[in-house]
Structures are given as C-alpha cells and as structure tokens.
Write a protein that binds this ligand. Structure first.
Ligand code: GDP
Ligand code: IMO
Ligand code: MG
Length: 429
C-alpha cells in the first residue's frame, strides 16, 4: 500500500525536519509544504554540502520528486525567486518540479513592514517574530482581503487589488505606527515581475496529490515550525500565525484527513526555542552552553542564537497526542555526548502542586518549575552511528526512556547533520 506520511516538529521548531524529510524522500513521489512561509529554515547536508531551504520543500534535491506548496503556505514571491535562483546556481532545476497552489496567500512588502512595525511597538513584549510578514499575511487571509498566488496570472487586475490593500496597509503604517508608507508603484512593478517569473508554477496541488494517490504513490507532507508554535495549541501569543499541527496537513494541501497513514514527530534530544515566550526547562548554566555550542544552535533563517534547555517530556507527550504521532525521530543525540548527567522534565511544580499536563496559558507556564529525572550520560562519541548496537548503553537507555515517556516508538535516530548520519530503525515506506 502507498504511504502518506506527515513529518512535523513537536517542539518549538528547528528539530531537524529538513534533514529527515530529505532523507525520507528517497522513497517518495512528492513532498508538500502545507503551512508557514519563509519564516522556516530547513537545513539539508549532503556529503558535507549544506543547503538551507525556506519555502521550497525539502525534497527538491531528489531529481524525481515532485515538490508542492499547498494553499496553507503564505508565499513571499521575492523570497521564492531568490531561493529558486540560489538552487539553480547550485545546479538544481527546481522550476521543473515545483507546483504552487493558486490559493496560497501572497506576502507583500507591506506585510513585512507591518510585522516589523508591530514588533517595535510591542517593545519589551515583542514576540520575536522572524520579521518576514507571516502574521500580517495570515491576518489578511482570515479577514478575507488577502491576495492569492493564482492572481499573479492576471497581473493588471492583481495590481488593482494590491492597490486597494496597500491603501489600508499604508494607513496603518503611517497613522498607527508612524513609519513610512510603501510606494504602490514599486509594488505594482514587482507584481509584474513576479507574474513573469512565477505564474508558470501555479497548479492544482489538491488534484495533483489526489492523482499520485490514485497511482499508489507515496507522498510526504512537510511541516514547518513546531507544535508548540501552533496558533491554537502552542504557547499563545508567543506562537506563529498558522496551525503547525497534523490536522493542517490536510486542509493546507487540499486533501482529506483519512489520506494520512503515518504522522512522524521529530524531536531534538533536548529543547530549543528562538524568540520570546515561556520555556520551563531553559538552561542558563554550563550545560546550556554545551547544548548551544555543540548543537550550533543559531537560527537558520535569522541567525539569532537559540535558547537551549533539557528535554521537556510534559510538553512533548502532549504534542504527540495532539498530532496523532505514531512514529518518532530523535535528532541531535550526538549533542548530548560527554555530558555527565542528562535531565528529562517529567512534571512541573506550579503553586505548590505537581502537574503532569501543562497549564493552558503562557503566563502560568512561565511560572512552572520543572521536576527532573536524571539519567547517566556517556563519554563516547555517537556521531554518525548507524545502528543501535554502536551506541553506548547509556544512550540506548536515554532513548528507551523517551519512548516510554512519550508512548510512541522511535523509528529514526539522527547523530549528525549529514543525510548519512542517521539510523533508520524501521522502514516507513
Ligand atoms: P528544521 O527547521 O527542523 O529543519 O531544523 P534546522 O535546519 O533549522 O535546524 C537543525 C540544525 O541541526 C541544522 O543545522 C541541521 O544541520 C542540524 N542537525 C540536524 N540533525 C542533526 C543531528 O542529528 N546532529 C547534529 N549535530 N546536527 C543536526
Ligand atoms: P522551522 O520550520 C523556530 C518563531 C519565531 C517567533 C515565532 C513567531 O525552521 O522550524 P513568525 O515570524 O512566524 O511570526 O514568528 O515563531 N519561528 C520559528 N522558530 N523555527 C521556525 O521554523 C520558526 N518559524 C517561526 O522565532 O518566536
Ligand atoms: Mg529551522
């Protein structure tokens, strides 16, 4: 039977989704991005050669894989053109295999200006967004005034609609935020350029996935961000503006939920977060420095240092059932090498009480104190290990404990950034 696999992050993003999606697409006919935008930064390393993708699905380096951007993704045409050009310069031919849904909302320069103006106005309460216009573009979609990718096929009428929207954006920018307006003529000439460069990529993603399904093909749905950044289930308001959870894979690509056969959750062996918001297991000591340094924890999109902490099984367990995760991939196990003690948070203390489910609001989560269990670390290197038998006993015990706490089998373990530095314990196709 053909497989439809959802791959998503179950922490605050940057779990290593790009690496795993690239690995798994060896056996896929298509990969679909279903939410988020170029706030994502997905890193692929193949024989030492690094590629960072933001909008283009992580199957693009496999020659026979159809890549699709679903209607749930907000598309910044200028960023997309830049990414396609960079891929072409590196010898890849992305345009021949990329299809973009006409229903995807477009990110305009005024969305970027609004995102940044709002963040400045929030001052010390800033969310720490990537400043890419993601939130304002999703707002316009929900308010039913957004511009959609399919409109690029008729640039003149698209400019008319963009002009109307810019009037509203410029009112906000100048009167509400006291910053410069965006010149409409500049955007209109951009729209014509986008239309020339990208209109040929517009296609019916929903239908294409259905055709592949009818032909018994394998499709991978690639998540961006992570479950704890989900607009509904995450640490609101310190979240992104899309649903990052498994349900979004269906509505963000135009397929039914029963098409999915497996949901793989990707977790780092510890936790990181970029931007503001609660993070109960965050470390400010030498162990935190070890994780940041050995994990090279700097954002793939903004270059910001990532906050680092111990594995939080309270949040991860919840993330598993929210997504129907039935398969786990643990990444960056190697980053724990040479730590003498490794901690896992198994419950919180809040107002004198021990709780096993996180509180619903960010303010209370911020006050939660983690209760840890300690596991002995290992001194050998696990980098590049290809089978469980190559791992030290303590590393195997750590993985078994994660499986037990999350109640989901671990099918893949990653011990280095390269495609090859991976142990596949169960074939998912
Ligand atoms: P994504 O957003 O989930 O795709 O993850 P990012 O690409 O933003 O961040 C993950 C980072 O960790 C990238 O630099 C990867 O190359 C790197 N990485 C992925 N898996 C491993 C691993 O198992 N070990 C190490 N050391 N690095 C890894
Ligand atoms: P990938 O796909 C980590 C975070 C931002 C900020 C919040 C809102 O690489 O895992 P936004 O620009 O989306 O309005 O910012 O979400 N954020 C990410 N953090 N990885 C990502 O993507 C992220 N995309 C957004 O740092 O806290
Ligand atoms: Mg990333």
């Amino acid at each position: 039977m053909s497989k439809k696999l959802v791959v998503l992050g179950i922490q605050w993003g940057d779990e290593g989704k790009g690496k795993i999606v690239d690995l798994l697409t060896e056996r896929c006919d298509a990969v679909v991005r279903f939410q988020g935008g170029h706030n994502a930064g997905h890193t692929l390393v193949i024989e030492g050669q690094k590629t960072v993708l933001h909008l283009v699905p992580s199957g693009i380096l496999r020659k026979n894989v159809q890549c699709m951007i679903g209607n749930g993704v907000v598309v910044a045409p200028d960023a997309l053109i830049e990414e396609l050009n960079a891929l072409e310069s590196a010898g890849c031919e992305p345009r021949q295999r990329l299809l973009i849904s006409p229903g995807s909302p477009i990110i305009l320069p005024s969305h970027v200006a609004l995102d940044q103006a709002r963040e400045r106005a929030r001052g010390k309460n800033a969310i720490g967004t990537t400043g890419r216009g993601i939130g304002p573009a999703y707002e316009d979609k929900a308010a039913r005034r957004g511009i959609r990718f399919g409109e690029l096929s008729d640039p003149d009428s698209c400019c008319e609609r963009v002009g109307e929207l810019l009037e509203y954006h410029n009112f906000l920018l100048t009167s509400r935020f006291g910053v410069d307006a965006i010149a409409p003529d500049d955007v209109f000439s951009e729209v014509h350029r986008w239309s020339q460069e990208l209109a040929g990529l517009i296609g019916d993603v929903s239908n294409r996935v259905y055709e592949i399904h009818q032909d018994n093909g394998n499709v991978l749905f690639e998540g961006a961000q992570g479950t704890l950044l989900d607009i509904d289930q995450g640490t609101y308001p310190f979240v992104t503006s899309s649903n990052t959870t498994a349900g979004a894979a269906a509505c963000g690509s135009g397929v039914g939920p029963l098409m999915m056969t497996t949901v793989m959750g990707i977790v780092k062996a510890y936790t990181t977060r970029v931007g503001a918001g609660p993070f109960p297991t965050e470390l400010f000591d030498s162990d935190g420095d070890h994780l940041a340094k050995n994990g090279h924890e700097f954002g793939a999109t903004t270059g910001r240092p990532r906050r680092c902490g111990w594995f939080d099984a309270v949040l991860a367990r919840r993330a598993c059932w929210i997504n129907s995760v039935d398969s786990l991939c643990v990444t960056k196990l190697d980053v724990l090498d040479s730590l003498s003690d490794i901690k896992i948070c198994t419950s919180y203390k809040l107002d004198g009480e021990t709780i096993k489910q996180p509180p619903w609001d960010s303010r209370s989560l911020d006050r939660c104190v983690p209760n840890y269990e300690s596991l002995p670390g290992w001194s050998e290197s696990t980098v590049g290990a290809r089978s469980l038998s190559e791992l030290p006993r303590e590393a195997k015990n750590f993985l078994s404990r994660l499986e037990e706490l999350l109640d989901v089998p671990i099918d893949i373990v990653s011990t280095g950034p390269d495609r090859e530095e991976t142990m596949v314990l169960k074939n998912l196709f």
